[in-house]
Design a protein around this ligand. Sequence first.
Ligand code: NAD
Length: 295
Amino acid sequence: MSSTENSAGARFTGKTIVVTGAASGIGRATALAFAGEGGIVYAADIDAAGLAATAAASNGEIRTVVTDVTQTEDIRALMDRAAAETGGIDVVFNNAGAGGDRAPIDEIEPAGWDRTMDLLLRSVAFGIRYAVPHMKGRASTRNGGAAIINTSSVAAVGPGYSPTAYAVAKAGVLHLSKVAAADLAKHGIRVAAVQPGFINTNIFTRALDLTGDAETSAKAAIAAMSQQAQPVARGGQASDIAEAVLFLASEAAGFVTGTSLIVDGGMTIGPRHSWDPNSPGIFEALEQFVQPPAA
Ligand SMILES: NC(=O)c1ccc[n+]([C@@H]2O[C@H](COP(=O)([O-])OP(=O)(O)OC[C@H]3O[C@@H](n4cnc5c(N)ncnc54)[C@H](O)[C@@H]3O)[C@@H](O)[C@H]2O)c1
């Protein structure tokens, strides 16, 4: 290994890295970050124009592959191509996603449930399934081993962060990451999840099919809301998640597997009143009823 490979600035030199959902948001930021640190990045997404924009923004090596992660043959072809062109796969970031069906549990229809699970959970299972045969050989020869990172969400913590089907799928991703870590440890492959909080990307306006002026206004509202949604007093950015993913994929995380990193600015620390002075808790709300001590 050269000194460049070992330096903090180029942790992924010569490594083959597959990123799904790389045409926008978290996936794009992470693909660019991996490429910026020497990785040979396979950026996959259903959105060809967005992929081209990701590649254009890169100063490293990004190869684009139009992929629908709900189609297992697309996933298999993506992994096979990355391995055929570079000799194997070192890192996979299973990240593609969308808001899913927004219906509550007493109204959701089977098709909407299945569509959401296919996009957010089944895609991750088969991202692992079809990558692993190409990762086994790399794990023993490469520093830090091979690593798979999957995008879960704070929605996996409990209700209230997302629609129901999305939350259940993301909890599934969390559990899948743990179980897969156990299955794949014998091959030297680490598996971890990342749980983003409120991150300012296109996912919200896309979930509502907003375009034109409505999209512009909604994006401004999302940017403002995201600054006040958690204890850390700024909005969460796609680059915050990219930083976490690169750590989990790096040699520095060589003893980290089967776990998850919550990157939410503290959103899930506890009830809002525990950190927001403008949001009264039960004792503050009851203060008005407190009687003066008897004389
Ligand atoms: N933004 C947040 O607050 C947040 C929070 C928690 C988790 N997440 C998760 O992060 C991941 C990335 O989301 P984002 O916020 O960057 O959103 P985004 O909309 O900016 O990016 C998602 C990308 O996934 C792609 N995609 C959608 N369906 C696809 C398919 N069938 N095949 C291939 N690609 C497909 C989209 O084209 C898009 O480029 C998702 O899994 C999302 O659920 C986001």
